[in-house]
Design a protein around this ligand. Structure first.
Ligand SMILES: Nc1ncnc2c1ncn2[C@@H]1O[C@H](COP(=O)(O)OP(=O)(O)OP(=O)(O)O)[C@@H](O)[C@H]1O
Ligand SMILES: [Mg+2]
Length: 403
């Protein structure tokens, strides 16, 4: 039997191939740019992955490519960017898919904020701001400051701005007009002050399992670049149980199904959802979860693609270790030329390893969002907290070269 994936996360492809092989499945990866998976491809079992080069933003091309795969039984979607194409194509081909209404709701951050506010799950609603509209500056009077203005369908922390007051808004609108706005408009909402976390969950038929919570290190304002994360964060009781109950009720309330990566901030006035990603966490998160639990969680993608209740919902999950990742950031734009200092990692506590997110010669064109991250140092420890200290110490030893 064959299962196809529409793109993949930056990491985790090798484990997905292993999960497919163990089930006697062949995995087909449809991708617009196979160089993005260089790291995973080098580590994948040979001969068990078929790569199709196709424009994955075009549902017609994707459907045509999939129809040509004999015995195709399922389709996996792991990215924000392909989530809507995937829904459309799955419906056309009669394949199992995530619930369309829930995915469409969470991919529109303005609609999600309005929904959360209406349900009493957020303290504020939002204002939609079209940076190209003639009377756009009228919006500045409707915002409460500090405000976040962000691409209504953004990803990778591209197109996220903070306005401390109305004077900041014209500059933000200028930047939005010249940048790439996936959602076409901005959604504005209050800036929620506090540490950012994400809940990594799996939902099926009205049931949600919290796999664990990841912490996040962010760049200094005004940017929101993610620079590190650790898993699983140990919250004390009764907060741990409260968080699990809260996130389950939010996801079950929108009839969500599949992996989700829900970012939230713990403010002085309670939990505030930042966004719900209809997928497993990006970057290294899937890998950190697998390593912490010594479990290949990617197997659940195949269960769900075949329309089956994922076994991961019932699997015993005991953290064998904590895991953490610290990003290696470019200090200038230019051309990526590799890393210095990898040899210094040998013998460092936490068994740190270098995971490159880029290929040699790739252009580094932005420093302020995910594109500034060239790779990661991943390390372990007895807890997430100690793993983070090991990763942060080890990351100091390695420097990306950008020329
Ligand atoms: N209302 C808010 N208050 C405080 N911080 C916010 C708010 N909205 C967004 N952020 C910050 O900006 C970051 C990016 O916003 P968001 O997660 O909505 O965009 P994204 O581009 O989808 O992110 P990702 O990198 O997860 O794909 C968040 O991780 C958070 O740090
Ligand atoms: Mg986000």
């Amino acid at each position: 039997m064959h299962v196809a994936a529409l793109e993949w996360l930056t990491f985790g492809l090798a484990r997905a191939v292993t999960a497919a092989v163990e089930r006697g499945l062949t995995l087909h990866l449809l991708t617009s740019d196979r160089t993005e998976y260089a790291f995973g491809l080098r580590r994948s079992a040979p001969g068990s992955l078929v790569i199709h080069d196709v424009d994955t933003s075009d549902p017609t091309c994707v459907a045509k490519e999939l129809r040509a795969i004999d015995g195709l039984a399922g389709l996996i979607s792991t990215t924000d960017v392909c989530s809507l194409v995937s829904l459309e194509v799955a419906a056309e081909l009669g394949l199992a898919a995530q619930p369309s209404d829930a995915v469409r709701l969470v991919r529109d951050k303005g609609a999600l904020r309005r929904y959360l506010y209406m349900m009493g799950l957020s303290r504020a609603s939002q204002v939609t701001v079209d940076p190209f509209a003639a009377d756009v500056l009228a919006a500045t009077g409707m915002l409460t400051y500090p405000a976040v203005l962000k691409d209504a369908s953004g990803t990778g922390s591209e197109g996220v701005w903070i306005a401390q007051g109305p004077d900041d808004v014209p500059g933000i609108l200028d930047a939005a007009r010249t940048g790439r706005l996936r959602g076409g408009v901005l959604t504005a909402e209050p800036y929620f002050s506090g540490p950012l976390y994400s809940a990594e969950t799996l939902s099926w038929d009205g049931e949600t399992r919290l796999l664990g919570i990841s912490s996040r290190l962010l760049s200094p304002l005004p940017h929101f670049r993610e620079e590190g994360e650790a898993f699983p964060v140990a919250f004390p009781e009764p907060q741990a149980a409260e968080l699990a109950g809260w996130i389950s009720s939010v996801l079950n309330g929108i009839a969500y199904r599949g992996f989700s990566h829900t970012e939230f901030i713990i403010t002085d006035d309670g939990y505030e959802i930042v966004e719900i990603n209809p997928r497993l966490g990006g970057g290294m998160i899937g890998e950190l979860i697998c390593d912490a639990y010594e479990t290949n969680i990617y197997e659940a993608f195949f269960d769900m693609a075949l329309g089956r209740r994922p076994a991961l919902l019932d699997a015993p999950l005991v953290a064998v270790r904590g895991m953490a990742e610290v990003d290696l950031m470019a200090d200038r734009t230019g051309v990526f030329d590799g890393f210095d200092g990898e040899d210094r990692l040998a013998g460092h506590p936490g068994s740190p390893r270098l995971c490159s997110a880029r290929s040699h010669g790739e252009t580094v064109d932005s420093l302020t969002d995910w594109r500034g991250s060239l790779g990661s140092i991943v390390a372990e420890g007895p807890t997430a907290e100690l793993a983070m200290h090991n990763a942060a110490a080890a990351a100091r030893l390695v420097r990306p070269r950008v020329i």
